[in-house]
Every structure is written in C-alpha cells, then in structure tokens.
Design a protein around this ligand. Structure first.
Ligand code: RNT
Ligand code: ZN
Length: 416
C-alpha cells in the first residue's frame, strides 16, 4: 500500500495551523490502550457455574460466534489486535481464569491460573491489566460484596482482592510492564437505604485489608472505580464518586473514571484534570452510555474527542482503557470499532492546534479561540488516520471489515 492521496496536502493544512503531522504520528506509539477481554464473550468468563451475571451488568443481543473457551477468546482477540493500529494491552477479569476443569474458588486463584494468558501476551509483546470479579457469584447475589454486613462474606471478597493483586503483580513481573488492577464492586441498594454510612465504613475497611500487602508499584498499581447507580442499585451505590475519589487520594492509588458512570449529561473529560492532582493516576474506562450506563460500543463522538483530548494533555499518568459489551453485533468487529474509534480520537487530539488555541486563550482572545476550534473540526484527519494505518501495517477504513467477515465465515460461524 502506498501513502494515501491527499496526505501531503493534509500535512500542509495542518502546518497552516501550526501542527506537525509527522510528530503526531510518531507520538501515536505512546498510546497503548487497555482492551477489555469481556467484549469477546459477553462477560461470561470460564467458571461456568451457572451464576447470573448480576451486579447491574446487562449484555443484550444474540449475535452468533461468542468465544466459548480461552483459546477461542485469545484467537478472536488476536484477530482484533491485528486490525487495530499500534501495540496495546489486554485487560482480564478474574472469571477468565483457566483451572482445567477444576473448581477453584475466587479467593484461591493464583498466577498459575493465568499462565496461558501470560504466555499469549508475552508472545505478542503486550502488557496485561486485571480486574477482580465481584459479580456473577453466589456471594454477590445479595448485591453486596466488600461492604456486605456479614463479616464472612466480606472476608471471602477481601481474600479474592488480595489474590487478584498478586496475580496482577505476576503479570507485571512476567511482562515487564505494571499491571493496573482495577476494583469495581456492585455494592448498592435498589431502594432508599436506612443506613448510608455503615456500608461505606465497611467498604473502606475491606479495601484497606485488601490493599495491606505492599506490592512493588513497578509491577502492579491499585485502582478503584466509582459509579453513580446501576440496575438494582438505583438509590444508593456504596462506592460512589466522592467515596472513591477520597479513597484513592488518601491511599495514593489510581482512580478509574468510566464514561457511563455519571449523570447522563455529565462527562468524564473535565474530571481528568480535576482529579489527577490528588490521585496516583487515572484509568479511563472509555465507554458509551446511551441514556444510561448501557456500555455501547465506543464510536467517534464529541464526548470521546473531549475525553481523548484531556487524556492526551494530562500525560502518561492517565491510561486509556475500554469498557463496553455488545452481543448484538460481531464481537471482533465490536473490539475493532471501539479501539479504532479511541485511537482516532487520540490522533485528533494530537493533531489539534493546541499552541494556537492556548495562545488565543492566554491573550484573552476568545473570539479567535472559538473560531479556531471550529476551523480545527474541519481539518483533514481522515487521510492522516489512513496513513497511520498504513505505517502500522493494518487495513484502512475500507479494508478491515472484509477481514472480519472472512474470519466470521471461517471461524465464528462454526461455533454452535
Ligand atoms: C461496571 C463497571 C466495570 C465493569 C467491568 C466488566 O459498571 O463499569 O468496569 O463494566 O468490570
Ligand atoms: Zn467500567
């Protein structure tokens, strides 16, 4: 493939607003996004013990071809990764353990149950991130886990979290890149609580117990993920934004900002610079809520462009991750569309006439700032994106879907 026509003219157009396209393309290599494993099998995992997904998570759709085994999930993910420009990371959940048919309780999971994932990631030269799974389990059926009133239930989940931190550290050690271990618990109440404080005190002490063991930060980073409400926790979520912002700040750990976890008109882009001074770092769960935290496949929306812009400007303490799940379309395509959309948004951020916008702002010339923002919307990003795909050896916009279709015909359609 040769350089797409119009690329030279595009470089000139960007140069006209003070933007260096070559520098932006080089910078793209700095953005390894953490691609979530759970899009590939509708958050099912491999425990197969019949527990409902629960936790307020809902996957809808019945498109054929979901991965049924770890090998299928790895093959599907590899197909997706081959169609996404750049080198990325892969984010696992504890329910993706491989226990060779043996029942291993979540509080007893160890690095050995993820050895094949580590081999796979090592062969691909990518890092792994991790998530303890506090849902789809009999001890989560009441809607409470780390904040449960029963000390025995809390203890089980604390042990699960501890096990997961060790697993995360094993990923970091084996792959030479710190694993972010992100804690999200569903804990909350459907209706007005009598006691809002008690569960929060319990969550606080459970988290402290879970995080007590010191782990080298070059291998593993702790992260907590807040939420406003969920299905079945409409009236109260124990781990709310304020709770976890305070917790992450006080304990010097990372905060996860999920785009679907706030009021429908409340974006996470503005929260990045507001929270970053107080926490160790930020993990972005880039998602797309439609009317609620519906976890639709990420697309190149204005919201996404805002998030990518702020994430890029914030620098390396912000990590980009994806969190969505759609079972109504081809799942490999879902991975590819969402990942490519996020990368397009990052590229657009890198191609923004930032210096000129800032100069206008510093000069108090808000007219110029607004005019330039509008001009920037019309710059020829598309051809730069195509050149990025060409240089990284992946199909362009017109090309990737036919590869997914071929894979669907040869592989996915054979699954019962
Ligand atoms: C749930 C959180 C959480 C999950 C994943 C599967 O509302 O967003 O991140 O989506 O852990
Ligand atoms: Zn999330």
């Amino acid at each position: 493939m040769s350089t797409p026509s119009g690329f030279t003219e595009a470089c000139e157009a960007f140069a006209g607003v003070g933007v260096d396209v070559e520098a932006a393309l080089v910078s793209m290599a700095n953005y390894a996004i953490s691609i979530h494993c759970w899009q590939g099998d509708d958050v099912r995992g491999f425990e197969h013990d019949g527990a409902a997904l629960g936790g307020g998570l809902a996957v809808t759709g019945s498109y054929p071809g979901a991965a049924r085994t770890p090998d299928e999930l790895r093959t599907d993910a590899a197909k997706a990764l081959d169609l996404i420009p750049g080198r990325h990371r892969f984010s696992l959940h504890a329910i993706y353990a491989e226990t060779d048919g043996k029942k291993v309780e979540r509080d007893s999971l160890g690095p050995e149950h993820f050895a094949r994932w580590v081999d796979w990631a090592g062969r691909r030269g990518i890092g792994l991130d991790f998530n303890p799974t506090f849902f789809a389990h009999r001890f989560a059926a009441s809607g409470m886990t780390l904040a449960h009133a029963d000390a025995g239930v809390r203890e089980f989940w604390i042990e699960h979290a501890k096990a997961c931190r060790r697993i995360g550290a094993s990923f970091g050690r084996a792959l030479g890149s710190a694993c972010v271990t992100n804690v999200w618990v569903p804990d909350g109440m459907k209706d007005t609580p009598a006691d809002r404080r008690g569960p929060r005190e319990r969550l606080l002490s459970s988290l402290d117990a879970a995080l007590a063991e010191p782990i080298d930060r070059s291998f593993q980073r702790d992260c907590v993920e807040p939420k406003l409400f969920g299905i079945g926790s409409e009236s109260y979520v124990v781990g709310s934004h304020e709770f976890y912002l305070g917790y992450a700040a006080a304990r010097g750990i990372m905060l996860c900002l999920d785009a679907g976890h706030y009021h429908p008109t409340e974006g996470i882009a503005d929260k990045i610079s507001a929270t970053l001074p107080w926490v160790e770092g930020i993990l972005l769960h880039v998602s797309r809520g439609v009317r609620w935290d519906s976890d639709h496949v990420v697309t190149l929306t204005d919201d996404l462009r805002e998030i990518a812009g702020e994430g890029v400007r914030a620098g390396e303490r912000v990590r980009f991750g994806l969190d969505y799940f759609d079972a109504s379309i081809n799942r490999v395509a879902a991975w590819v569309i969402g990942s490519r959309a996020l990368l397009k948004a990052i590229l657009i951020a890198l191609l923004s006439p930032r210096e000129r916008l800032q100069a206008a702002e510093s000069a108090g010339d808000f007219t110029e700032r607004l005019a330039l923002q509008e001009t920037a919307r019309m710059l020829p990003f598309g051809v730069v994106w195509e050149e990025h795909c060409r240089r990284t050896g992946v199909p362009d916009e017109a090309g990737w879907l036919s590869e997914v279709r071929r894979y669907e015909r040869d592989e996915l359609s054979r699954r019962g």
